[in-house]
Write a protein that binds this ligand. Structure first.
Ligand code: AKB
Length: 326
């Protein structure tokens, strides 16, 4: 029997995914049942959470314990993480936040006999040895970045907690996430978001990967749907738990620029690859997500053209209102 999720805590609630996840969970489960936490304070962010907020550094297990007890939390969406580019600049911090933070969350969840935990993973778990097209669910994972290493470890640790302690831990391997509410920070796929802001504001963007760089991407509504759908699925249906491949769209940087040009004809994109190119070069072109489709009914709603149309529409409107803060 799959237990009900009643009191839900989100870590990294002011981040790119966390900030929008708060709104979706608030609508679904009611604001009084959601607790947002982050290492930043809400005043530093533009997001209006409309749910209780607590400062939380996930590397401090005692702080997690205190908050979990105070709010009687039974479910955690653990969204705080250091992404690939920042992680490579400071691998020790990436290890601390991504590994020790995740371990602390899982340990507190185990001790408190929680209902469920969501631990997201990433396409950064893959590596040059992994098949790059239609990358299988179960395949070689030998990442070269500290971020990728922490994400593989997070998947293995999550699966260990499922098998060893019977804790219900779930997660999917997110591709690059494109959104218009909160900017991503420190990732390799950030160019796929920046390009929209620059196109709308300045009609020009210098992209930090080569134009033929093809990566899997996903629009935020699908990213949130994946998290909620996976967490709502009956446990008995799942053969995998952490690290589901989820596919939505896949395009090269140049194809993205061409798509944006359909809406902003005088947009010009240049390409000046930096060190992030090296990370992108070890990640897949396309993903096989048949396990997610089979086990919990995953199906994305947005493709490149519907995502780009929506992004340009929302950001152009905001720009006209003088509210495109970037
Ligand atoms: C990153 O680029 O680091 C992230 C990811 C793919 O996990 N967006």
């Amino acid at each position: 029997m799959t237990k009900k999720m009643e009191k839900i805590m989100i870590t990294g609630a002011l981040g790119q995914i966390g900030s929008e996840l708060v709104s979706v969970l608030r609508e679904k489960y009611g604001g009084k049942n959601i607790l947002a936490t982050d290492i930043k304070s809400p005043s530093q962010s533009t997001s209006s959470l409309s749910v209780p907020f607590e400062y939380l550094d996930v590397t401090h297990k005692d702080s997690i314990e205190n908050i979990v007890k105070k709010y009687r939390i039974d479910t955690i969406y653990h969204m705080s993480a250091i992404l690939s580019a920042t992680g490579e600049k400071n691998p020790h911090q990436a290890w601390d936040v991504n590994i020790n933070g995740t371990y602390n969350i899982l340990e507190v969840a185990r001790q408190e006999e929680m209902t469920r935990v969501f631990v997201p993973s990433s396409i950064a778990v893959f590596s040059p040895e992994t098949p790059r097209n239609h990358t299988p669910q179960d395949t070689v994972l030998k990442p070269r970045t500290m971020y990728g290493i922490t994400k593989v470890t997070g998947e293995l640790l999550s699966e260990y907690y499922v098998c060893r302690f019977g804790l219900d831990v779930r997660g999917c391997r997110y591709p690059g996430i494109i959104s218009h509410q909160t900017l991503p920070g420190g990732g390799t796929t950030d160019y796929a978001v920046e390009i929209f802001y620059e196109a709308v504001k300045n009609k020009h963007y210098t992209c930090f990967v080569r134009k033929d760089t093809r990566l899997p991407m996903m629009y935020m509504p699908d990213c949130l749907k994946a998290a909620v759908d996976l967490m709502e699925t009956d446990f008995s249906r799942l053969k995998h738990h952490a690290g589901f491949n989820v596919n939505a769209m896949s395009f090269s940087a140049e194809e993205l620029a061409v798509e944006i040009k359909k809406h902003i004809p005088d947009f010009v994109c240049e390409y000046k690859p930096d060190e992030r190119q090296n990370f992108a070069d070890t990640w897949p072109n396309t993903i096989d997500d048949s396990a997610a489709r089979r086990e919990w009914g995953w199906k994305p709603r947005y493709n490149l053209s519907s995502m780009a149309e929506d992004m340009v529409k929302v950001l152009s409107q905001r720009h006209q209102e003088g509210k495109l803060n970037y």
